[in-house]
Design a protein around this ligand. Structure first.
Ligand code: GLC
Length: 646
């Protein structure tokens, strides 16, 4: 049992009678249950006796922070506890968006609640909305404040009004907590730049290159093309500051417990706006150590769990999403291992599935996808994935070299092929994408481009090729059909429901033009939305197809994540076959064809799984029964079937 399950039990008696007294009583119980863990985590990180006073400070801080939470949200916390693992529900369908690009500001988002409802969205990820530097700011991931809403998006009042409306409409909200770094304009950074030793101690700063060089020996580069190296020289203070991401994003020094305490207060202030899910940004980077790559370190896991256990004490309804775009074997660790199992993050991005889907599109084969998934460790039962086709970032080739070799491909050549396929180096490829942060010395590179453009819609429309347009639409729907049926929360990038193409306007903006991720962050096409009733346009077909799949997902209990995804071998390298199994031998079986030609599967495979009876199979998506005329089932190019048992 993880801590959440324990708190659910503790709270169950009081849930009917949520008076102030019981809210306080439950808080005291949570402190009593979590404090031993909090103490252990704290002292594992901060064992130096000089840090003893900080633990006392933390103990005193917890009730102070609890008092800052409104009674309404305290009650919501308990309601969410009562709902069990609500984030695993089949009803969860997410959308990610930039507020200004979607509909101007926070009020504009509120106005569009009916749009979310029409599509079936029940979970929103709003990209950063707090103040940021005027120039380059990494889309708000360089934070000037963790709480002050940037004027371009509206006011704090607008935010509170929006979060309350979202709650009324049954839509959960996720906001980012940029936990690894602040901007160089953040108040602490400003004081550090004025020479304050206290605030210089909040960051990693060095008077010469000795320590930075020692770090650099084993630190990779996140943005090698635009922000090479991991340290930036600031002449105002004659110091080298650690800046793992961009030069204006200063890494926080969590070996200083004061930083942890202050960031905990920032976190609580953020969630007090009515946040249900905290996206823990770039959390793999939270702890730095010379001689390592300073990613996924054991101390980072302890620190995240410490944040988690403290926040759970204060706001038990709020959960954590791990933004760890790292190797599959490392991602899984963010759910917590050993005695931290299920106590670290409840949700994590399924970056492996995402990368493997793009790999399967380019190769038209599912071998690597199936092999990797089959060899991935299982996740704790209280946790779930975010399944996504793509997000606001680039697509990294997070594939395991060992598996690439085992299926007979050369890992280096294979990665080069993928970059060429998506980034316009092969004439025959339908994709229009761009290389991101290509590093000629290592051959590493990532890919940018909107879902529709990477899947061929842009090229097909440019050349008015009807058949190619149809294929691109089928690919878009097939990939979404997979993320909607795989175990976890599907997260759609706003605009992909309309097949929005690449947006090149960023090239005219001096603060964006060096960062090609903006090509896949188009403004929402409300013109296309206005014409959704015109049935034969790509946007309408995609929108209707997605709305249909979403509504079926929400009606199908088997799609709730109970660790019930079972992969099967379709004995055809172009097909993907998996099942969502139920306790009563019921199930849904998903069959997708990644090839441009029709492919066949031996009917006996589906018979043995129970999806063909008396020569008939039933597809939930088309609600059609199909009678077989031979021992083979044919799947059309880029078709996806959701089979149910007759
Ligand atoms: C995360 C965000 C990315 C940002 C980075 C630095 O990876 O997704 O957009 O650039 O953090 O904050």
């Amino acid at each position: 049992m993880n801590q959440t399950a324990l708190h659910r039990k503790l709270a169950s008696k009081d849930l009917k009678d949520l008076q102030k007294g019981s809210l306080q009583k439950l808080f005291d119980l949570r402190v009593a249950t979590n404090l031993p863990l909090i103490r252990e985590l704290f002292y594992s990180l901060y064992s130096d006796p000089k840090h003893n006073t900080y633990f006392k400070e933390l103990q005193e801080l917890l009730p102070v922070l609890f008092e800052t939470r409104s009674d309404e949200l305290k009650n919501r916390d308990l309601q969410l506890l009562k709902k069990g693992n609500w984030y695993q529900s089949e009803k969860m369908v997410g959308m990610q968006l930039y507020v200004d690009l979607f509909n101007k500001n926070l009020k504009g988002i509120e106005e569009k609640i009916p749009y979310f409802k029409e599509l079936g969205i029940t979970f929103l990820h709003l990209m950063p909305i707090t103040t940021r530097p005027k120039g380059e700011n990494d889309g708000g991931y360089a934070v000037n404040s963790y709480t002050a809403v940037d004027r371009r998006f509206g006011s704090k009042k607008d935010l509170l009004s929006l979060t309350s409306k979202l709650r009324e409409n049954g839509i959960y909200l996720m906001l980012d907590f940029v936990v690894n770094h602040t901007s160089d304009e953040y108040p602490w950074a400003k004081k550090a730049l004025k020479g304050s030793p206290k605030y210089q101690g909040y960051y990693y700063m060095f008077p010469d290159r000795t320590v930075p060089d020692a770090f650099e020996a084993s630190l990779p580069e996140v943005f090698p093309a635009t922000s090479p190296g991991n340290f930036t020289y600031r002449k105002e203070i004659d110091r080298w500051v650690m800046t793992v991401f961009n030069t204006y994003q200063w890494d926080l020094n969590y070996s200083n417990p004061k930083v942890f305490l202050e960031m905990l207060s920032n976190l609580v202030a953020l969630v007090n706006n009515g946040v249900d899910v905290v996206r823990f940004d770039a959390l793999a980077f939270l702890w730095k150590k010379i001689g390592t790559n300073s990613q996924n370190l054991p101390e980072a896991h302890l620190l995240i769990t410490l944040f988690r256990m403290c926040l759970q004490t204060i706001t038990p309804g709020v959960i954590f999403l791990a933004e760890a775009i790292v190797a599959p074997k490392d991602i899984i660790k963010y759910f917590g291992e050993g005695n931290r199992k299920g106590n670290e993050c409840e949700v994590a991005y399924n970056a492996s599935l995402m990368a493997l889907l793009w790999n399967s599109i380019a190769t038209k084969k599912t071998l690597l996808l199936t092999k990797t998934l089959q060899n991935s460790p299982g996740k704790p039962e209280e946790t779930t994935w975010i399944n996504y086709v793509r997000c606001h970032d680039d697509i990294g080739l997070g594939l395991e070299d060992q598996y690439i070799s085992e299926i007979g491909w050369d890992p280096w050549l294979h990665r080069s092929f993928l970059l060429d396929y998506y980034c316009q180096k092969l004439d025959w490829s339908p994709a229009i994408g761009y290389t991101f942060m290509y590093n000629p010395s290592t051959g590493d590179g990532r890919i940018t481009g909107s879902c529709a453009s990477l899947l061929g819609l842009e090229k097909a429309m440019r050349n008015s090729q009807e058949e190619a347009i149809e294929i691109a639409i089928k690919k878009i729907l097939m990939l979404h059909g997979i993320i909607l049926s795989f175990g976890g929360i599907p997260l759609i990038y706003a605009g992909d429901e309309l097949g929005t193409l690449n947006d090149y306007s960023y090239l005219n903006n001096d603060h964006k033009k060096e960062d090609s991720r903006w090509v896949n962050r188009p403004a929402h096409d409300w013109g296309a939305v206005a014409k959704l009733k015109e049935d034969d346009r790509p946007a309408s077909i995609i929108f209707q197809g997605l709305t249909h799949m979403i509504s079926l997902r929400k009606k199908t209990k088997l799609f709730s994540d109970t660790n019930n995804v079972v992969l099967h071998d379709p004995r055809n390298p172009h097909l993907l076959l998996y099942e969502r199994t139920g306790k009563k031998k019921n199930g849904v079986c998903i069959l997708a064809n990644f090839d441009e030609h029709p492919q066949i599967i031996d009917a006996s495979i589906l018979v043995s799984l129970g999806y063909i009876k008396e020569g008939v199979l039933h597809d939930l998506l088309t609600n059609r029964k199909r009678s077989l005329h031979s021992g083979l089932v044919e799947v059309q190019p880029y078709d996806i079937l959701w089979l149910t048992k007759p």
